[in-house]
Design a protein around this ligand. Structure first.
Ligand code: HEC
Length: 98
């Protein structure tokens, strides 16, 4: 009986986590990336700045953030961010160009 209730709770939590993915990306961006990307190139929403970078594909962009690139420190300077957090933040940033 308890196990059944536990399963329902876990299932509900998983659904919530999945539907929350986009918001997470925005939150990570706001906390860890906006510091630079709200004002410095490549700037959020600046299609001309992002298009050449997007040509390499999302995976390469995520990898560049994890490793660091140019003036951007590894993981945007936030070692606590998981690869998934970074991917969602990059997805959020790419979404702002649509
Ligand atoms: C300290 C400032 C700074 C922070 C913080 C920062 N970035 Fe960057 N970011 C840059 C700069 C500068 C570049 C351009 C690097 C280059 O091409 O030389 C860049 C480039 C990028 C790119 C393009 C990479 C590519 O392959 O060309 C992505 C994607 C990106 N940032 C995402 C993020 C995300 C996501 C975060 C937060 C987790 C973040 N950045 C935090 C400064 C920053």
């Amino acid at each position: 009986m308890h196990i059944a209730i536990f399963r329902v709770i876990v299932a509900a939590a998983l659904i919530l986590a999945a539907s929350d993915a986009a918001a997470d990306g925005k939150e990570t961006y706001t906390k860890a990336c906006a510091l630079c990307h709200a004002s410095l190139p490549p700037k959020l929403g600046d299609r001309a700045a992002w298009e050449p970078r997007m040509k390499q594909g999302l995976d390469a962009m995520v990898a560049a953030v994890i490793k660091g690139k140019g003036a951007m420190p590894p993981r945007g300077g936030n070692p606590n961010l998981s690869d998934d957090d970074i991917r969602r933040a990059v997805e959020y940033m790419v979404d702002q160009l649509r």
